[in-house]
Each structure stands twice: as C-alpha cells, then as structure tokens.
Design a protein around this ligand. Structure first.
Ligand SMILES: [Zn+2]
Length: 113
C-alpha cells in the first residue's frame, strides 16, 4: 500500500523533529498533499493512525491541505489550475506541459508540547 510507506516516512520525520525540539508529545501534524500525488487523503490518515501508535505522535491530529494541480505550458507560457491530468494546454493546445505544483507531499508544520 502506497499510503503506508508515505505515512512511515512522514512519521519518521515527525518523530525526528519532536526529538530535536524536545517535545514530549506531538499534538498536531499539518501536511500538504498535491492533488495529483496519487495519494488518497483518507487512506493516508488511516495509515498515519497505524504508524503513530506507541510513538510521541500517538494522539496527534493530522491536518491535510490539498495543493491544487497547477500546470504551465512551455509553448505559450500560460499557467492554470487543472482539475485532473490533462496535459494539453487549454489555451494553445500544446502538449508541452510542465507540472508546477500538485505532485508534492511534505510536512508543513508540527505542533507539540
Ligand atoms: Zn499553451
């Protein structure tokens, strides 16, 4: 399961940060999830709950912010938000499309005490 390995990576960073910041418990973890990252937020949440068991982040709330998929056309220079994969420029029909945002998965903030 894709989400499980992502949750493991995220939690490893959370625990490492908590150790470094000398937090006794993590209360909230905010993550950014690209809309086109192929990760299902609900599955990631479920995996997160499994992975944090018995760690400092056991009771942490997981907040997920979805980053929209933003594409940029290399030919006409237009950039636009797309609902889904559609690698044809909406303005000039070019297939020379770059992804600007929407693929990322990262931790935005960690709160604890
Ligand atoms: Zn274009």
């Amino acid at each position: 399961m894709h989400e499980l390995s992502i949750a493991e990576n995220l939690v490893a960073i959370v625990i490492e940060t908590a150790e470094k910041e000398k937090l006794s418990s993590v209360t909230k973890v905010s993550i950014c999830l690209g809309q086109a990252s192929q990760v299902v937020p609900e599955l990631l949440e479920t995996a997160f709950r499994v992975v944090v068991q018995g760690t400092k982040a056991n009771d942490a709330r997981l907040e997920t912010e979805i980053i929209p998929l933003k594409l940029k056309c290399s030919d006409c220079g237009a950039d636009y938000i797309a609902d889904e994969y559609n690698f044809i420029c909406e303005f000039c029909g070019s297939v020379n499309i770059e992804i600007v945002t929407g693929m990322e998965i990262f931790i935005k903030s960690i709160e604890g005490e």
